[in-house]
Design a protein around this ligand. Structure first.
Ligand code: NAD
Length: 473
């Protein structure tokens, strides 16, 4: 753990495993509620000094952290592949994406402009400015173990807040590596604090109930997000929630089915399906469903599962055995209820894969509303294809979910693209595009997919209080 500028180790530790082969790769301090309290106190003590720096001074730390992270890109990616499982090429891309947040907020914070507002009274002036919220508590997931951290830490400390972060228990080593970088560039003691733990509950309770904490920022499942938002409510703490998704991927018959299948397969199997923006329901207009499925099958046939360190592997392991069972249950349920299995549909055990948590890339068609996969986030490598006939029908079906994170539309018709963009109840819509994400763009969901946005100007404003002066002159 990293508290008040010091690395703290205790005898109480937990093991971290490589999900590709089950090997133990490290032991990490198992922090408790008292550690969280100490970290919050350290963040509170560091707040006056840190928030008093100019934005140029704070920006400088972030820019140097960006440079160091890029210098260490290959090492960080190798660590991520070992700890989280994604293929090395994808890990390299994630380190770049994570570093982008450091640089982008280093630049944007210099443009934290206020406002003057005309008053109806001739003797009055209104002045608006932004002030850091204070101590921030953050909880992050394992699926993107670097970028989910920098996209909270960078805007928080750029704005002048101080922070205590609890990373996911499956990926604390990546978190430690990022905090080492921030320490090496000289971020002052107490500004950034890391509490690793194998028992998140009590730490979450401390984050939600300690009156020093002014904001909780969380990325993870909708169930845990709701619990934390409830626990934070009595003190009216600010919360940002980046939660689960159930993305529709909609392909109209004026789109090229081959191009659309390529896009759908790429984004579906990204991180072995363990992404909150992963398409969970692939709606294809009936007249082009056959060529779409054929191309999707071709693409699956060329995929190779294995350790992310091996050349040519594009399907890494799932995070744990429970994830494999959840994915398999959804597939078995769908097939029992009449779905057609085109590829995959099984746990992979051949050639040493039995030591890891591998599931075959899977394609199902004929998905109907009574199947689990139609309603639940899969978080695994299963593509579920559903036929549709009209634009109105598919819009209604796509919106028929409590989730509202990402959606995708493939069409060559501009009017249709605009109508779908406006009609979809999702925070991010990829139009003929599978990656509507960037440090410069607001990421976040509607409905039960979350509250608030990360990245972009909106992501910085999440860490500011807006303050008004009304001045009589
Ligand atoms: P999770 O909710 O189980 O865990 C996320 C984090 O919450 C971990 O750090 C975990 O230790 C912590 N946690 C769990 N219980 C807690 C408690 N009672 N108090 C405090 N902290 C607690 O989710 P997960 O399985 O790690 O991640 C997958 C989920 O995250 C998926 O639903 C996915 O869609 C979502 N996700 C969302 C985004 C987004 O930006 N919207 C990004 C990545 C992942």
């Amino acid at each position: 753990m990293f508290i008040n500028g010091e690395w703290i180790k205790s005898d109480n530790t937990f093991a971290v495993f490589n999900p590709a082969n089950g090997e133990e790769i490290g032991q990490v301090t198992d922090g408790n509620r008292e550690d969280a309290r100490r970290a919050i106190d350290a963040a509170q003590a560091a707040l006056p000094g840190w928030s008093a720096l100019t934005v140029y001074q704070r920006s400088d730390y972030l820019r140097r952290a960006y440079e160091l992270m890029i210098e260490r890109k290959a090492d960080l990616a190798a660590l991520m592949t070992k700890e989280q499982g994604k293929p090395i090429k994808a890990a390299m891309a994630e380190v770049q994406y994570g570093a982008d947040y450091l640089l982008w907020f280093a630049e944007e914070v210099k443009r934290s402009y206020g406002e003057t507002i005309p008053s109806a009274r001739p003797d009055q002036r209104f002045l608006v400015h932004h002030q850091p919220l204070g101590v921030v508590a953050a909880v992050t997931p394992w699926n993107y173990p670097v970028s989910m951290i920098t996209r909270k830490v960078a805007p928080a400390i750029a704005a002048g807040c101080t922070i205590v972060l609890k990373p996911a228990e499956a990926t604390p080593l990546c978190a430690i590596a990022i905090f080492e970088i921030l320490q090496e560039v000289g971020v002052p003691a107490g500004v950034i604090n890391l509490v690793t733990s194998n028992t998140p509950g009590p730490i979450g309770e401390e984050f939600c109930t300690n009156p020093v904490v002014k904001k909780l920022t969380f990325t993870g499942s909708t169930a845990v997000g709701k619990k934390l938002a409830q626990d934070a409510a009595p003190q009216l703490k600010r919360v940002s929630m980046e939660l689960g998704g159930h993305a529709p991927f909609i392909v109209f018959d004026d789109a090229d089915p081959i191009h659309a299948a390529k896009g759908a397969a790429l984004v579906k199997f990204l991180n072995t399906g363990q992404a909150c923006i992963s398409p969970n329901r692939i709606f294809v207009q009936r007249s082009i469903i056959e060529p779409f499925l054929a191309e999707f099958e071709n693409r699956i046939a060329k995929m190779r599962a294995g350790s992310g360190t091996e050349q040519g592997v594009n399907i890494g392991p799932l995070v744990n055995e429970a994830a494999v069972n959840k994915v398999n249950n959804q597939v078995v349920d769908a097939v029992e209820k009449g779905a057609k299995l085109h590829a995959g549909g099984k746990v992979l055990t051949e050639a040493g894969l039995d030591k890891g948590n591998f599931y075959a890339p899977t394609l199902l068609s004929g998905i109907t509303e009574d199947m689990l996969i139609y309603r639940e986030e899969t978080f695994g490598p299963v593509a579920a294809v559903i036929p549709f006939d009209t634009q109105e029908e598919v819009l209604e079906k796509a919106n028929d979910t409590n989730y509202g994170l990402a959606a995708y539309v493939y069409t060559q018709n501009l009017s249709r693209a605009m109508r779908m963009f406006e009609g979809l109840h999702f925070g991010m819509v990829g139009i003929n595009d599978i990656n509507p994400t960037s440090a410069a763009a607001p990421f976040g969901g509607m409905k039960e997919s979350g509250l608030g946005r990360e990245g972009a100007r909106e992501g910085l404003m999440e860490y500011y209080e807006t303050k008004l002066a009304g001045i009589s002159i």
